[in-house]
Design a protein around this ligand. Structure first.
Ligand code: CU
Length: 300
């Protein structure tokens, strides 16, 4: 029995060891990553993200027009009505047509913006039927991802975090870990030891919650971000259109190592996803209750 326990222990250790052994294509292009000095959005990889980018562009045009109009009016008043050119100022206090105009004008602008932004908001918030459901739980300082219907779960730690043998800072060892896992050195603080893997063109629903304090799950290229609040289960959804690697970072200040709990999502082909899933079920799924440790105990 002792031998059996030892063997079980050894097997468990072997199973737990290959933290980086994710059998997914390592030559996936990195699409969703921040750029040094970048000021724009990451490329849109979902319809949601495209909608958001379009809305942002449209509102930027409106904002720019308003800024130009207000600046021009201000300049006009400074030039035309300063004390030198206009020594005797008007004494009237009301102008009804003008007041109606500057009330109705902004209302029309807001209604126009609302008419385009509300449908985008509803598209994000109305959760469709998912092909895959994943529960993401934020902890100080890592994410747990549970594939609900498949019955397996795993923790995703930043490569270079204490859990992977680092101390959250960059070193040659960390660089080697990144390279071994198929990432580049610049993906430090973005890459995790165990990525979330989803098939391309499928509807993915993520249920987001917090295990201790509030965190926030996001993938900017998908146009999704959701606070992970303890005791609440919020949902977000996306349908990635392009195979590749996408990064996000915890987006709610959650403590001292908040900057070291990134999110990595790999979008792969259907076949690759199925193969990865089979592998993960074997590696991470909990054993059915019937043949759990009870058997070991009763063997004595
Ligand atoms: Cu955080």
């Amino acid at each position: 029995m002792k031998l059996k326990t030892m063997l079980t222990g050894a097997l468990a250790a072997v199973a737990a060891a290959p933290a980086f052994a994710q059998e997914v294509a390592q030559d996936l292009p990195v699409i969703g990553a921040p750029e040094n000095g970048g000021i724009g959005f990451q490329p849109a990889a979902t319809e949601l993200a495209r909608d958001i980018h379009w809305l942002d562009g449209m509102i930027t045009v409106i904002i720019t027009a308003i800024v130009i109009l207000v600046t021009a009016l201000l300049a006009f008043c400074i030039v035309r009505y300063n004390r030198k050119t206009n020594p005797n100022p008007g004494t009237f206090t009301h102008n009804s047509p003008l007041e109606i105009a500057w009330t109705v004008g902004p209302i029309l602008v807001l209604v126009f913006i609302g008419a385009f932004s509300l449908p985008v908001l509803f598209k994000q918030q109305e959760i469709p039927e998912g092909d895959i459901y994943i529960k993401a739980t934020g902890y100080q300082w890592y994410w747990n991802h549970e594939y609900i219907d498949e019955g397996f779960a795993f923790d995703s730690y930043m490569i270079g975090s204490p859990a992977t043998g680092g101390d959250n800072s960059y070193s040659e060892e960390v660089e080697q870990q990144l390279l071994d896992a198929g990432y580049e050195p610049e993906h430090f603080r973005l890459a995790t030891d165990t990525a979330v893997v989803v098939p391309v063109n499928k509807t993915v629903v993520i249920q987001v919650t917090g295990g201790d304090v509030i965190h926030s799950w996001t993938i900017p290229a998908f146009g999704v971000k959701q606070d992970a609040v303890p005791g609440r289960l919020a949902e977000l959804w996306f349908q990635p259109e392009q195979e590749g690697v996408y990064f996000g970072q915890c987006s709610e200040l959650c403590g001292i190592a908040h900057a070291y709990m990134p999110i990595t999502v790999k979008v792969v082909s259907e076949e690759e996803y199925e193969a990865w899933k089979a592998n993960m079920v074997e590696e991470y799924a909990s054993a059915p209750a019937a043949d759990a440790p009870i058997q070991v105990a009763s063997a004595e």
